[in-house]
Design a protein around this ligand. Structure first.
Ligand code: HEC
Length: 195
């Protein structure tokens, strides 16, 4: 091989290796740009309420790969979360500590808005002895005129409002629940898209 050819080959190898290591490999790690993406509308506002209320101090939104934990076995996702599942998100609440379950795809596991309203109002009525705080300030007590409003909470016992009143979610609670319902990271849909 002549001297110029060797030089050319060297340049090609050096730039090629750089391209593979710095461009191609990181791109394959991004994962598929499947459905989902950043929450929008009411759910996006809910994401800010999630952040403001410190939910991320007890809940993560990161599904670990099967060899690094039991997240997938627990049903918290069908595959490890990939960076593209957080794309375009203004706030990415990965979380700092996991005192409660991972919420990366809670919107797939729990699909009933009423269940979330009940949980956020008083977690201990669903999980006795729960450490999760109640978020009653996200609700309003309003007079009961005739029949209860469709989204009035079915409260009984010590949670029941005084006679003639009902408890309904404030717009903040509605937005937060819309956000939780929108959380579908690491879902099979996204995974199928990867195939
Ligand atoms: C002090 C820790 C703590 C904080 C703060 C907290 N949670 Fe929780 N959360 C828990 C625990 C623990 C559980 C599991 C239920 C149990 O056994 O107590 C849970 C359960 C849940 C679940 C049910 C998940 C499932 O898979 O069943 C949801 C949804 C949830 N929390 C949402 C929230 C939201 C939204 C906030 C913020 C407004 C929040 N949590 C703040 C500790 C916390």
């Amino acid at each position: 091989m002549t001297e110029p050819k060797r030089l050319l080959l060297g340049i090609l190898l050096a730039t090629g290796a750089g391209w593979v290591l710095l461009v191609w490999m990181p791109l394959t790690k991004l994962g598929p740009a499947g459905p989902g993406g950043a929450p929008f509308g009411r759910a996006a506002i809910g994401g800010e309420i999630y952040a403001a209320n410190g939910c991320a101090s007890c809940h993560t939104q990161v599904v670990r790969p099967a060899n690094l934990g039991s997240d997938i076995a627990r049903g918290w996702g069908t595959h490890r979360t990939t960076p593209s599942e957080y794309r375009e998100e203004h706030i990415v609440p990965l979380g700092v500590l996991r005192l409660g379950p991972d919420l990366a795809n809670v919107g797939e596991r729990r699909t009933d808005a009423r269940w979330y309203y009940r949980l956020l109002y008083d977690p201990r009525t669903i999980f006795p002895g729960s450490l999760m705080p109640s978020y009653r300030y996200l609700y309003a007590r309003v007079p009961l005129l005739g029949t209860p409003l469709p989204d009035a909470l079915p409260l009984s016992g010590r949670d029941a409002p005084p006679h003639g009143f009902q408890v309904i979610p404030r717009p903040e609670a509605r937005a937060l629940v819309a956000y939780l319902l929108s959380l579908k990271r690491a879902s099979s849909v996204e995974n199928d898209h990867a195939q």
